[in-house]
Write a protein that binds this ligand. Structure first.
Ligand code: HEM
Length: 143
C-alpha cells in the first residue's frame, strides 16, 4: 500500500526529468543571444562596425569576407555552447603574423559590444560572451 501511494510521486518525477530537465539543459548563452538568428545578427552587425572603424578595417582588406563571416558565426555559436562545431583555422595560426595591438583588440571588443547593444542584449549576457571570447586574447594580440 505504501508503495502504491508513492507511485504518483515517482511518475511526476519521471515526467519532470523527461520534460523539464532537457529544457533546463538548453539554458545556454547561445539561447540567451537569441539562438542561431541572434548569433548571425550580432556577427553581421559586428562586421559592419569593423568595416566602419579605421583603426582595424585595414586588417580585412584581403580577407575573404564570406568565409570569415561563416567561420565567425561557427566560432561564436560554439563558444556560446550552441549546436555548432568550429571548422576554421586555430586562433594562433589565423592571427599570428598580423601584429594585432592591445588597442586593436579593444576596438574590436568595443565593436562587438556595440553590435550586442544594437540587438538589445542585456549587459549580463554581453559579459558572458565577452568572457567566452576573452580566453583567446593571448592567441590574438602580439604584445
Ligand atoms: C577574441 C578575439 C578574436 C576572435 C575570437 C577572432 C576569431 C576569428 C575567426 C574565427 C576567424 C576566422 C578564421 C578562419 O578563417 O579560419 C578570424 C579571422 C580573422 N581575424 Fe580574428 N578574432 C579575434 C580578434 C581579432 C582582432 C583583434 C583582429 C584585428 C583587429 C582580428 C583580425 C582577423 C582577420 C584579419 C581575420 C581574417 C584572416 C584571413 O584573411 O584569413 N581578429 N578571427
Amino acid at each position: 500500500m505504501k508503495n502504491l501511494t508513492r507511485a504518483p510521486g515517482l511518475l511526476i518525477a519521471a515526467l519532470w526529468l523527461h520534460v523539464v530537465a532537457p529544457a533546463a539543459a538548453a539554458d545556454t548563452l547561445y539561447n540567451d543571444l537569441g539562438g542561431k538568428e541572434g548569433v548571425v545578427a550580432v556577427v553581421d552587425q559586428f562586421l559592419w562596425n569593423l568595416a566602419d572603424n579605421k583603426q582595424v578595417s585595414h586588417y580585412f582588406v584581403e580577407t575573404n569576407l564570406e568565409r570569415f563571416r561563416d567561420k565567425l558565426i561557427e566560432y561564436v555559436c560554439q563558444a556560446a555552447q550552441g549546436p555548432c562545431t568550429y571548422s576554421g583555422d586555430s586562433m594562433e595560426r589565423t592571427h599570428k603574423h598580423m601584429g594585432v595591438t592591445i588597442t586593436d583588440f579593444n576596438v574590436t571588443v568595443e565593436s562587438l559590444i556595440l553590435a550586442m547593444e544594437s540587438r538589445h542584449i542585456n549587459t549580463g549576457v554581453q559579459n558572458r560572451l565577452l568572457k567566452a571570447l576573452a580566453v583567446d586574447y593571448a592567441k590574438v594580440v602580439q604584445e
